[in-house]
Write a protein that binds this ligand. Sequence first.
Ligand code: COA
Length: 133
Amino acid sequence: MEIRLADTIETEEVIELYRLNSWSSAEKPDQLLPALRNSDTLVTARLSGKLIGLGNAISDGSLVVYYPHMLVHPDHKGKGVGRAMMEALQKRYRSFHQQMLTADGNAIGFYRTLGFERAGRTEPMWIYAGNEH
Ligand SMILES: CC(C)(COP(=O)(O)OP(=O)(O)OC[C@H]1O[C@@H](n2cnc3c(N)ncnc32)[C@H](O)[C@@H]1OP(=O)(O)O)[C@@H](O)C(=O)NCCC(=O)NCCS
């Protein structure tokens, strides 16, 4: 398995990965692909060239980073792919004052393993255009 930063991604492979995880942004390729490519950092995991994982970070470059997307192909979950991608991202942002994300219910344990914790007594708030949460 190969972890790449700033990899070149193709629309079809990205949409397949999002569809397999039932993520609604799979239905918005015209927004999803530019968004991923415009991230502060994009990380991919590939096995013999095939895209099996993807994550991204958006940031002000010095204090705050937000990790919007992290997903692994269903056939390759539970094999350390997510950890490897998150560690590659965190190499860059470890010293930041604030690393944030919104953990889906099923992914809370994964992020805890990687050192994230509930954000004090704060309440996550959003305006969300999807339907999978
Ligand atoms: C969440 C996700 C990215 C994790 O990736 P993964 O490759 O399956 O996870 P890893 O195999 O790298 O696991 C890393 C560690 O987290 C732990 N872990 C993973 N999922 C877990 C879970 N649901 N609950 C508890 N621990 C979990 C693993 O046991 C492992 O621990 P270890 O390294 O100490 O052995 C992946 O399962 C996924 O794509 N899920 C669907 C999309 C999603 O929910 N993304 C997050 C949105 S907020």
